[in-house]
Ligand binder design. Structure first.
Ligand SMILES: Nc1nc2c(ncn2[C@@H]2O[C@H](COP(=O)(O)OP(=O)(O)O)[C@@H](O)[C@H]2O)c(=O)[nH]1
Ligand SMILES: [Mg+2]
Length: 127
């Protein structure tokens, strides 16, 4: 079973290296972990810093198309890469890579087809 961690990006050169470095190379229950960024016409060095940080796959949209289109392009590419599980996360290092294992546990346990992390927006004044 392959896990692809996809990261939609729009001008994320500042935080993307930290985000990629935080994604575990091995996760219990999956055979392979691969990373994929979807670059949405960034005007900064998002693609270059991702490659320097060792991202496995890059999808480049030639024109800026927005997050929904980038998300779908990532799902499509991940399925073509043979993903059994796809995790979508943010480029801005908002989430802990170590939580991916917990996130996908209900899928591996055959208790869910899809899992959504809860940012608890009601409890965070920033939101
Ligand atoms: N491809 C693409 N990614 C986007 C766009 N807008 C936001 N993102 C990415 O979507 C993720 C979530 O954005 P973020 O600003 O962290 O959203 P927030 O956590 O809700 O504040 C980040 O990885 C962004 O780079 C967009 O228009 N196109
Ligand atoms: Mg975010």
């Amino acid at each position: 079973m392959k896990l692809v961690v996809q990261i939609p990006c729009w001008n994320e050169q500042a935080m993307l290296p930290l985000t990629l470095a935080d994604i575990p190379h091995r996760i219990a229950g999956v055979d392979e972990v691969e990373t994929l960024i979807i670059d949405d016409g960034s005007t900064d060095r998002t693609v270059e810093v991702a490659q320097a940080a060792g991202v496995n796959h890059v999808v480049r949209l030639r024109q800026h198309r927005g997050l929904a289109a980038a998300f779908v392009a990532g799902l499509d590419a991940s399925l073509r890469l043979g993903a059994g599980i796809i995790v979508n996360t943010d480029a801005d290092n908002q989430y802990r890579g170590s939580d991916i294992e917990r996130l996908i546990h209900p899928i591996l346990a055959d208790q869910a087809d899809m899992v959504v992390g809860d940012r608890q927006t009601d409890n965070v004044s920033h939101f």
